[in-house]
Design a protein around this ligand. Structure first.
Ligand code: FNR
Length: 184
């Protein structure tokens, strides 16, 4: 059966390379995955005072995460870590305590950077939070995508054959990962 994957993009920038990657992956997805970007730019900064009565954008966001079978993070690296906007979204859907929307949902991360290191620091800082949140994260293949300012053509397709093949393999393996680790 088809699985719904919520994509969270860790950049709010209009011409974001990470958003380009998200759209490219939607195009490369195997038939078993239905992938959709869930926007995080309208979320307020998390405040624990919200917990008893969260604002509507928080409710809507949490509901969309909860409805998904799996989550795919596509993120830049900011100062060797996860951008605040993405951490904010993760924290938002993790609360109130005991009512996390992430719990048990299979996940994966793709980090995208113009630099050669490919967002390794962000990729692994994100994994640290997701371990705590009980999200089984795909381990292999890893996706540290460097040189990303040269990666996309005018239509947003991945120009480089080896990167496109890696991402196809990544998505196929993620689909199996969801079947093996997701709620039945
Ligand atoms: C960056 N960038 C960056 N790149 C990197 O590889 N490692 C890093 O630690 C950082 N740190 C960083 C901090 C801040 C505040 C900004 C704005 C940028 C550069 C970053 O990878 C580049 O701007 C990407 O293009 C951002 O991704 P999007 O917006 O294109 O998706």
């Amino acid at each position: 059966t088809q699985k719904n994957v919520a994509i969270l993009v860790g950049s709010l920038r209009k011409d974001s390379l990470n958003r380009k990657m998200a759209n490219a992956l939607i195009g490369l997805a195997p038939p078993s995955l239905r992938m959709e970007i869930v926007e995080i730019g309208n979320l307020p900064l998390y405040n624990q005072d919200f917990d008893p009565d969260p604002p509507q954008p928080v409710r809507d966001f949490k509901q969309r995460v909860q409805a998904a079978d799996a989550v795919l993070f596509i993120t830049p690296e900011y100062n060797r870590s996860v951008p605040g906007v993405l951490k904010n979204a993760i924290d938002t859907a993790s609360r109130p305590y005991g009512q996390s929307a992430w719990d048990g949902k299979p996940g994966a991360v793709v980090s995208v950077s113009p630099s050669k290191i490919g967002g390794f620091g962000a990729n692994h800082h994100l994994r640290q939070s997701m371990v705590f949140l009980n999200v089984p994260m795909l381990q292999q293949p890893e996706a540290y995508i460097g040189g990303a300012n040269e990666l996309f053509d005018d239509k947003g397709a991945i120009k480089n054959d080896s990167t496109r093949e890696l991402m196809q393999k990544f998505l196929q393996t993620f689909a199996q990962w969801i079947d093996q680790n997701g709620k039945k």
